[in-house]
Design a protein around this ligand. Structure first.
Ligand code: PMP
Length: 351
């Protein structure tokens, strides 16, 4: 071992879902939106100014923050934007989770949470979900240095009511509570309603799922001014130009087409509900998802086998070879046609 190798930070990185470079696959493994972004996004893309590429983008992304603030009935000072919600949450760890006490998140949840804790050297404790994967409010009533959980939860898809969220926030007013609402638009009530009431609540959302723009990397957080200012101070200490010119412009255009957003998210919800019926007929069980995926387990056939067999048929779903969840597959809701192909394949595999 060379001397400098002793000083290299060893981290176990997050493992993202596969992005296969194969033609003709059905991709149901990373919770992307099956529909393209609104036509307005393509128009905004064509209207980009060549000369603006030469310049640094607006470090404060004012145009985008104003558009988000307008759509969610808040002010620019209450909005923080980042390169996907992953970037926003990573900044949150650095900004808000600096206590010696452990931060809390559910033991079955977004697998990036422990990775950020390790990389930012934040102590953490995983609180146990119930026997049906439900988040238990009382598990968050213990000493902590901060709290984060997704609503709906990933990979289970289960959602928590606003009353339950309020209890968690209200009983932890000495900590910052982050509600990660990556999938909220697929049928869960947002905690945004509570941000004026609680100065320790930060709500994080993304353009990657319900707004069909995962490729542009846009995430945002809404909370009281003190939280947003603290986040900006940390962000500007790393890199002031995180949000590029194209993302700012396309992010504004997406927010401007609310009708299209409503149409596509409703289509996905309808396909999800139909998929629940089909999967039940095929012998699967699953928590009642309110997200754009279903976390399904087959009564008799092993998840890993189904995963491999689907892959042979060029259908990609997500399988986590981890304790407690290794008998489940996380299946993203695709178009109706894609889902029909999935059911056809499953009929062969589990028959
Ligand atoms: N939170 C959760 C719960 C997620 O599943 C994801 C998607 N991997 C993210 C945050 C991050 O999404 P993005 O960085 O694309 O906004």
């Amino acid at each position: 071992m060379k001397a400098w190798e002793k000083n290299v930070r060893k981290v176990e990185p997050y493992v993202p879902g596969e992005q296969p470079k194969i033609d003709g696959i059905i991709k149901l493994n990373t919770n992307e939106n099956p529909y393209p972004p609104s036509e307005k996004v393509m128009e905004a893309l064509k209207a980009l100014e060549n000369d603006k590429m030469r310049l640094y983008p607006d470090p404060e992304a004012v145009e985008l923050r104003d558009e988000i603030a307008k759509k969610y009935g808040t002010k620019r000072e209450n909005v923080f934007v980042g390169v996907g919600s992953d970037d926003v949450i990573s900044m949150c760890y650095m900004t808000f989770f600096n206590s010696d006490k452990p931060i809390l998140f559910p033991n079955i949840s977004y697998s990036f949470y422990p990775v950020w804790a390790d990389v930012h050297k934040v102590p953490y404790k995983e609180v146990e979900v119930g026997p049906n994967f439900e988040i238990i409010v009382d598990t968050f009533k213990q000493e902590n240095g901060g709290i984060i959980f997704p609503n709906p939860n990933a990979p289970t898809g289960l959602s928590l009511g606003l009353d339950a969220i309020e209890q968690i926030v209200a009983s932890n007013q000495d900590s910052v509570v982050i509600v990660d609402e990556a999938y909220v638009d697929f049928g869960t009530e947002s905690a945004l309603k509570l941000v004026d009431k609680y100065d320790n609540l930060l709500v994080v959302q993304t353009y990657s799922k319900s707004r069909s723009l995962a490729g542009m990397r846009i995430g945002f957080a809404i909370g009281n001014v003190a939280l947003i200012n603290a986040l900006n101070d940390v962000k500007f200490s790393f890199n002031s130009y995180t949000m590029n010119y194209t993302s700012i412009k396309l992010g504004v255009a997406v927010m401007d087409d609310w009708d299209y957003f409503e149409e596509t998210r409703k289509k996905i919800i309808a396909t999800r509900e139909r998929s629940k019926e089909e999967l039940t007929k095929l012998g699967f069980t699953f928590p009642d998802s309110k997200a754009n995926f279903i976390f399904a387990s087959h009564k008799t056939v092993k998840a890993e086998y189904i995963f491999d067999e689907l892959k042979k048929r060029k259908i990609y779903v997500r399988y986590f070879k981890k304790p407690l969840i290794d008998s489940y597959l996380r299946i993203t809701i695709g178009t109706d046609e894609a889902m029909d192909k999935l059911f056809e394949a499953l009929r062969e595999i589990v028959a």
